[in-house]
Design a protein around this ligand. Structure first.
Ligand SMILES: Cc1ncc(COP(=O)(O)O)c(C=O)c1O
Ligand SMILES: N[C@@H](CCCC[NH3+])C(=O)O
Length: 433
């Protein structure tokens, strides 16, 4: 089996290597489990995504979906290239600002923002994507008290079916996301009349891990039509945000994933024609997360023991505490024996995590070199929604993250310790005698 490896990975002296860095050496140096992020790969993905779109339309702004991995080093790598961010909480908003992103390039998304969230949005000068009329009224009140005008967008629910896992399809009529397209004009009219908010944008996001470009083109058409209607209402749209969602080929042998160029070729003519038809030229914003990050990162995990019982289990030190996707969405991640990367697969191996749950299986029945305790397994394509969804379940401190760039390799998040597990806990007074 020859896998199509992500561009930053190669095999040298039998070891899996990212850029110039031997992953077996990095695991020795930093211990396992360990996330290893390749910054060069992220930056080159960013540049490629941006130029694919910019070749059709001048005002393109990429807002990285910070939920994919909110590490400051990742945000900063992208901020230095001019990225903004889609932020979905006060935490993500603050991280993006601390990473150096400009407030006017941040869109504060979310279906359920608290009063504190809305206050922070007003204070920090970001754009806010509003998800209901109730939220519009709350924001208007808070902004009026602060006497500060807030630029807003509405999140449109375009009622589109998309081919992806039902848990990550966000543009269906029945999901919790957005305002139905049929009610959007009334929402802009309300915003136009509400004090201290100014409608300047329109937002949608139809779902994630979408491997077909056609739904994105349909969403662009819906948005262009609505933009025409909103403009007729007297609103000046400064941006239209088509969200993220472009998928990656997790099944590296079989998945056919659209490139950013194919995405652009499907979406941009629809978008550009719509803008010309309505005589407007807002910026185009997009919010990729997975496409920028997924392939940049491997999760290294050590084999603690091997058990041959019914099937061959390689019991490793990373489970769904560190990579939830297989347990949550039955997701597929390729696994490679990083210390035997040039050896052929000989045995069907099930890579099982250390968590006390039957579902804690990272990869099932994969042809790998015969495993022994001490082997190092690399789980590929774990840069998006990997560490970001990690937990301390089963009393397991979260792993470190290392970033590599050219010759450099440095920790960008230290590993938690067992003391960290207790650090936020308090013993109640009645237990202290
Ligand atoms: C509002 C919003 N924007 C962008 C994204 C990023 O999606 P993806 O990582 O699939 O590009 C998401 C996640 O699905 C999202 O909810
Ligand atoms: N967490 C999901 C993606 C969610 C996208 C956010 N709306 C995944 O791992 O695939």
């Amino acid at each position: 089996m020859t896998l199509r490896l992500p561009a930053h990975l190669s095999i040298r002296n039998g070891h899996l290597v990212t850029g110039k860095h031997d992953l077996v050496d990095l695991a020795e140096r930093y211990g396992t489990p360990l996330y290893v992020i390749n910054e060069d790969h992220i930056v080159s993905n960013f540049e490629r995504f941006q130029s694919a779109l910019a070749s059709y339309y001048p005002g393109v702004q990429i807002l990285y979906a910070a939920k994919a991995n909110g590490n400051l080093a990742v945000l900063r790598a992208l901020a230095r290239k001019g990225a903004g961010a889609d932020v979905f909480s006060s935490g993500e908003l603050t991280l993006a600002l601390r990473a150096g992103m400009k407030p006017e390039r941040l869109l504060f998304n979310g279906t359920s923002k608290s009063t504190d969230d809305l206050r922070l949005a007003v204070e920090s000068g970001v754009r806010v994507s509003i998800d209901s009329i109730d939220e519009l009224n709350q924001l208007s009140k808070i902004a009026s008290e602060a006497k500060k005008t807030v630029p807003i967008a509405f999140r449109v629910n375009p009622a589109l079916e998309v081919p992806t896992h039902p848990k990550i399809a966000t543009g269906l009529a029945t999901t919790k996301f957005g305002i139905p397209a049929g009610e959007i004009i009334a929402a802009y009219a309300a915003a136009r009349d509400a004090p201290y908010v100014i409608p300047v944008g329109m937002h949608c996001h139809i779902g994630s891990q979408i491997l077909d470009v056609e739904p994105f083109a349909r969403a662009a058409a819906v948005m262009a039509d609505l933009a025409g209607e909103v403009t007729a209402l007297g609103v000046t749209l400064e941006f239209i945000d088509l969200g993220g969602g472009l998928g990656v080929p997790y099944h590296r042998e079989t998945d056919v994933a659209p490139t950013p160029e194919e995405y652009a070729a499907a979406v941009m003519p629809v978008f550009v024609e719509g803008m010309m038809k309505h005589g407007i030229s807002p910026q185009l914003w997009v919010e990729p997360g997975r496409w920028l990050l997924a392939e940049s990162t491997v999760l290294l995990t050590r084999v603690n023991s091997v058990k041959r019982a019914f099937k061959t289990f390689a019991n490793v030190d990373a489970g769904f505490n560190l990579l939830l996707r297989p347990a949550m969405y039955d997701s597929w991640h390729e696994v490679i024996m990083a210390n035997k990367a040039d050896q052929p697969g000989e045995e069907k191996v099930t890579v099982a995590g250390p968590i006390c749950e039957t579902g804690d299986i990272i990869a099932e029945d994969r042809l790998l070199p015969e495993p022994v305790a001490g082997d190092l397994i690399a789980i590929l394509d774990t840069g998006a929604y990997g560490y970001a969804m990690a937990s301390q379940y089963n009393g397991r401190p979260r792993s470190p993250e290392v970033m590599v760039k050219g010759d450099h390799a440095e920790l960008v998040r230290r590993g938690e310790t067992i003391d960290d597990l207790c650090a936020t806990m308090l013993i109640p007074s009645w237990q202290q005698e």
